[in-house]
Write a protein that binds this ligand. Structure first.
Ligand code: PLP
Length: 466
C-alpha cells in the first residue's frame, strides 16, 4: 500500500453530489458539523484496514465502523462465500418452519460458547439484541426493573435507550421505560443496594465501557456482579456488541473471567462488516421460562432475525475469526499499541491516561497539572479538554491518513479500534503519528491557538464541507 496522503492545501473545495444529497435527505446537521472544523471526507472504497475517499486518498482505518469490521473490510473469503451463497437459491424468508441457516449458525455459535449458553435469539442490530435480552429477562423472571451503568451504551431504540448512560442522548426522548436504575460502573455496593430494594429483572452491562471512554472494571467485577444478581433473583445480560468476537484479544470478552453470563449479546463484528446480524444467546432454562410454551413461543420475533444471508455471513465470519486466529492477533497487536503509546507519551503534560484491552485502546486527553491557563480560566480549559481536544486530535490524524474517533460519551478519550487483521507496521505508524501530533501540544495555549485559527479559516469558507 502506498503511504501518500495529499497535504491539506491540496484539498478540493467543490461539494460532491453525495455530500449534497446526504445533507438534504439523510442528516443535514451531521454534514454541517463535519464542515465546522474541516473534517469533511466522502469515503467510497475499503479493503482490509484501508479506506479510500472520493479523491483517491488512502487512510488507515483505526475505527473499524465503531468495532464492526473485525475481519477487515471486504474480507475476500467472506465476499466469495456471499457471492456463492447468492447463487444457491437459498430460502431467504418463509417463517412457517425451522430454517436451516439459523439452526446451523446457532449450533456453531453455541459450540464456541460455554454451557449453559445454547439458545439463540437472532436480530439485525445491537440494540434489538439488547432488547431481546431485556424482554427475555422480564418474561423469565416476572420482574420489571433493570439496572445499567453510568457511561453505558446499549443502543438507541426505546428499550435500549432506557439504559443509556449519558443524559444528552436520553433527554429528548423521556420519559423512557420506568424502573431503570443507573449505577456507577464497577461499584458492587451500588448494585447490591438496588437489587435489595427492587424487583430487578436484569443488570445489563458491558465488559468494559467502550463509548463511555474505554473504562475497564476492577478485576473480578463481572463475576461478582453475577453472583449478586443470582442471590437476588436477577439475570446478568452481558453486552459484548462492541467487545466480543476477538476484539479484546479473546474470542468472547467473558472468557477467562470465571463466569458465564446468563444472556450474551453480540452484533457488530458478527456481520463480518457486511451483513447486519445480531444475537442474544441464553440458557435453555431461561429460554424455557420465558418462551417455552405453545402460547408463548412467538412472543418475541423480528422479520429479518435469522435470515439466511445474515446467518451465512455470520457463520463464515466465525470460521474466519478462528482460521486466521484474529483474537490472538488482537491480543498481540493490542499489546504493541498500548505499550508503544505508553512509552512514546510517558510524562506528556496533556495525556492523563492510556488504557484498553486487545484492540480497543483509549487515550484520555487533558492537562495533568494546573498550568497557568488552567488557573486563570479553568472553565475554558475544561471545555476545550472535554469537548474539543479529542475531536481535534482525530482531525489531525485524519489529515495524516488515519481514521479514528473519540468515544461517543467521552470526547476527551481518543479511541483506537482497528480491524483485528492489523499488522505490526500499521500499529507502529499510528503510534508514531499520535506521538508526533500530540507532541505539538505540550500545553493548552498552542492547542487553543490552532483550533481558533482553524475555526476562523473554516468560517471564511462558510463552514464548507471540504
Ligand atoms: N451495545 C454496545 C456496547 C454498542 O457499542 C452499541 C453500538 O455502538 C450497541 C449496543 C448498539 O448497537 P446498534 O447500533 O447495532 O443498535
Amino acid at each position: 500500500m502506498s503511504e501518500g496522503v495529499a497535504p491539506k492545501a491540496a484539498l478540493p473545495t467543490a461539494p460532491s453530489p453525495t455530500t449534497e444529497r446526504y445533507a438534504r435527505h439523510v442528516n443535514p446537521a451531521f454534514v454541517k458539523l463535519l464542515g465546522v472544523l474541516g473534517y469533511g471526507r466522502v469515503f467510497t472504497r475499503a479493503r482490509d484496514v484501508w479506506l479510500w475517499d472520493d479523491q483517491g486518498r488512502e487512510y488507515l482505518d483505526f475505527l473499524a465502523g465503531f468495532g464492526s469490521v473485525n475481519l477487515g473490510h471486504n474480507h475476500p473469503r467472506l465476499v466469495e462465500r456471499l457471492q456463492r451463497f447468492l447463487t444457491e437459491e437459498a430460502l431467504h424468508f418463509c417463517h412457517v418452519g425451522p430454517t436451516e441457516h439459523a439452526a446451523e449458525l446457532a449450533e456453531a455459535l453455541c459450540a464456541r460458547l460455554d454451557p449453559p449458553l445454547e439458545v439463540a435469539l437472532f436480530a439485525s442490530s445491537g440494540g434489538e439484541a439488547v432488547e431481546a435480552g431485556m424482554k427475555l429477562a422480564r418474561a423469565a423472571t416476572g420482574r420489571s426493573a433493570f439496572i445499567f451503568c453510568e457511561g453505558g451504551f446499549h443502543g438507541t431504540s426505546f428499550g435500549a435507550l432506557s439504559l443509556m448512560g449519558e443524559a444528552r442522548m436520553r433527554k429528548p426522548f423521556e420519559p423512557l421505560l420506568a424502573g431503570c436504575h443507573r449505577i456507577p460502573f464497577g461499584d458492587l455496593d451500588a448494585l447490591e443496594r438496588i437489587l435489595q430494594k427492587n424487583k430487578v429483572a436484569a443488570f445489563v452491562v458491558e465488559p468494559l465501557l467502550a463509548e463511555g471512554g474505554v473504562i475497564l472494571p476492577p478485576p473480578g467485577y463481572l463475576r461478582a456482579a453475577q453472583e449478586l444478581c443470582r442471590k437476588h433473583g436477577a439475570v446478568l445480560v452481558l453486552d459484548e456488541v462492541q467487545t466480543g468476537l476477538g476484539r479484546l484479544g479473546r474470542r468472547f470478552a467473558y472468557q477467562g473471567q470465571g463466569f458465564v453470563p446468563d444472556v450474551l449479546v453480540l452484533a457488530k463484528g458478527l456481520s463480518g462488516g457486511i451483513v447486519p446480524v445480531s444475537v442474544a444467546v441464553t440458557s435453555a432454562e431461561l429460554h424455557t421460562r420465558a418462551y417455552g410454551a405453545t402460547d408463548r413461543f412467538d412472543l418475541h420475533s423480528t422479520t429479518f432475525g435469522g435470515n439466511a444471508l445474515a446467518c451465512a455471513a455470520a457463520l463464515e465470519t466465525l470460521r474466519i475469526l478462528d482460521d486466521e486466529a484474529l483474537a490472538e492477533n488482537a491480543a498481540k497487536r493490542g499489546a504493541e499499541l498500548l505499550d508503544g503509546l505508553k512509552k512514546r507519551l510517558a510524562g506528556h503534560p496533556l495525556v492523563r491516561d492510556i488504557r484498553g484491552e486487545g484492540l480497543l485502546v483509549g487515550i484520555e486527553l487533558g492537562p495533568t497539572d494546573s498550568g497557568l491557563l488552567n488557573r486563570l480560566a479553568p472553565g475554558l480549559v475544561g471545555l476545550v479538554s472535554e469537548k474539543v481536544f479529542g475531536q481535534w486530535a482525530a482531525l489531525r490524524l485524519l489529515e495524516e491518513g488515519i481514521v479514528c474517533q473519540p468515544a461517543s460519551h467521552r470526547w476527551d478519550v481518543l479511541r483506537l479500534e482497528p480491524p483485528l487483521t492489523v499488522r505490526p507496521a500499521e500499529v507502529a505508524r499510528v503510534i508514531d503519528a499520535v506521538a508526533r501530533i500530540l507532541g505539538d501540544y505540550t500545553g493548552m495555549v498552542p492547542l487553543l491557538r490552532d483550533v481558533v485559527a482553524r475555526v476562523g479559516e473554516q468560517r471564511k469558507r462558510e463552514g464548507a464541507f471540504r
